[in-house]
Write a protein of this length. Structure first.
Lengths: 138, 138
DNA sequence: AAAACTCATTAGAGTGATTCTAATCTGTTG
DNA sequence: CAACAGATTAGAATCACTCTAATGAGTTTT
């Protein structure tokens, strides 16, 4: 049973993760989780918060993104050396990356099969398999 | 017909790419291409050049890595937000990434099959499909 | 409901990788 | 070898991100 995408839902998410429901975290949680699957950058989310009339420092945005990631509410996606993206979709899936615009788009997990993976060296285990389809303008 | 991994080879590579064979570019080309498939960072390559007695500024290392990448001699691999890796293997293949150590290791292209890719949106084409298998310690 | 406690937020400084600048040097060409 | 175009360089600048240490705000206790 997943949380509803509401204020109450945001509150419950925080409580379940052992994070105090502060003004900033609630506001960021609502921006992140009430609008469906999203890919945000720290600066972008900060801008949205400002636009929504919530005063949040950039440090807090970074803290919050990392805390949410640690709690499994977000997933970090590394596709661009210039900045980090955080994905609200934490289910198994992959990404299109539009190099021109820097936009990310989900590819449903069911849509892609990766076969023939070699056995990882001993002592390590697979944390995740990430597929990025890089797109450029024709 | 690929270039031999020799001084003459490095020179020919540069010529073919329309890059002047300067001392620095030749030295970096030899470090990169005479030792088989490699994954280097700018700082790492700079260190190797110093160790080999070649004076090269960090700016030149960056310039050169990007020029080589533009010429198709290298491929940039984005797996770590902290730094960029450049891969001397420009054939079709994928990577293991050891999160603990920051090491990259090739997975031969033949070893992995990605199926079920959705058709990319109109107006764009697939530049590359990248698979990264993230590994962590057990 | 105030005190007390713990954890969160913040401004601003700090960091580390990368890029820029503008001055100097070096292949290349005539 | 003169002269030009392009390359290299030190150091400053930038950019995303992190750290610090001081202030603020949920929470729990009285």
């Amino acid at each position: 049973m997943t949380e509803p995408r509401t204020y109450a839902g945001a509150l419950a998410r925080l409580r379940q993760s052992g994070l105090r429901p502060t003004r900033q975290r609630l506001a960021l949680a609502r921006l992140l989780f009430e609008a469906g699957d999203r890919h945000v950058t720290a600066e972008g989310l900060r801008g949205e918060a400002e636009a929504a009339g919530v005063r949040v420092s950039l440090a807090t945005v970074y803290n919050t993104l990392h805390q949410f990631t640690g709690a499994g509410l977000l997933r970090e996606v590394v596709v661009d050396a210039a900045r980090s993206y955080f994905d609200t979709n934490v289910t198994d899936h992959h990404h299109f990356f539009f190099e021109r615009s820097g936009q990310l788009q989900d590819i449903p997990g069911a849509g892609i099969q990766v076969s023939g993976l070699p056995v990882p060296p001993s002592g390590v285990e697979v944390a995740r398999v990430e597929v990025v389809v890089r797109l450029r303008h024709k």
